[in-house]
Design a protein around this ligand. Structure first.
Ligand code: COA
Length: 162
């Protein structure tokens, strides 16, 4: 299926939509994320709204029915010593819309924003998540470290600014 996805930056008014999709991702993909629904279900709408204002979060919406079908975000390293870095997080596309190009649309927007603001973009992905690994590699990420304690996480990094 290749339905068209319309992507835009989420803002404070999207807090409830964003929260619902994020909790869905934790529930349906427990191996892909380090959070469980219970970790964030209690977070108030105001706090979620503040996150959407602070971070750069892209939502993908199905062009046919305007349902939100995917999400991905950037958190900025705010400190003096970390503001050249950003973390890509929460990448999720509903199973019905995978392979549709929606994930690419989200990633394109995130990379574009990162290129304008930081030099280094990192993410963490469980090393057994081959689909996500393949997706990130296609977008130029390369594994640079495997967390030795659990040997479950691979990290990827790209240099976006030269
Ligand atoms: C990660 C995610 C956003 C990617 O979106 P997507 O629509 O599935 O991505 P795409 O189909 O564009 O790309 C996936 C790639 O993995 C490949 N792939 C699919 N299943 C695979 C598998 N079992 N092993 C290896 N590669 C696989 C696909 O062929 C495709 O590669 P290609 O473009 O070279 O053909 C989506 O799969 C998702 O939401 N997964 C669940 C949540 C998750 O894992 N998030 C990441 C947390 S770090």
């Amino acid at each position: 299926m290749r339905t068209r996805a319309i992507c835009r930056r989420l803002n404070a008014s999207d807090a409830d939509l964003f929260q619902a999709l994020r909790l869905e991702s934790f529930r349906l993909e427990p191996r892909a994320f380090r959070f469980a629904p219970a970790d964030e279900a209690h977070i108030a709408t105001d706090a979620v709204a503040a996150r959407l204002t602070r971070d750069f979060v892209i939502g993908a919406f199905n062009a046919d029915d305007s349902q939100m079908i995917g999400v991905g975000g950037l958190a900025w390293g705010g400190g003096v010593k970390t503001r050249h870095k950003a973390l890509l997080y929460g990448m999720y596309v509903r199973a019905t819309h995978r392979r549709s190009g929606a994930a690419d649309e989200i990633m394109k927007r995130l990379i574009n924003e990162a290129k304008q603001n930081v030099e280094i973009l990192t993410l963490t992905v469980v090393s057994t998540n081959l689909r996500a690994l393949r997706f990130y590699e296609r977008w130029g990420f390369r594994v640079y470290a495997l967390k030795s304690a659990q040997r479950r996480f691979a990290k990827a990094i790209i240099s976006t600014k030269r």
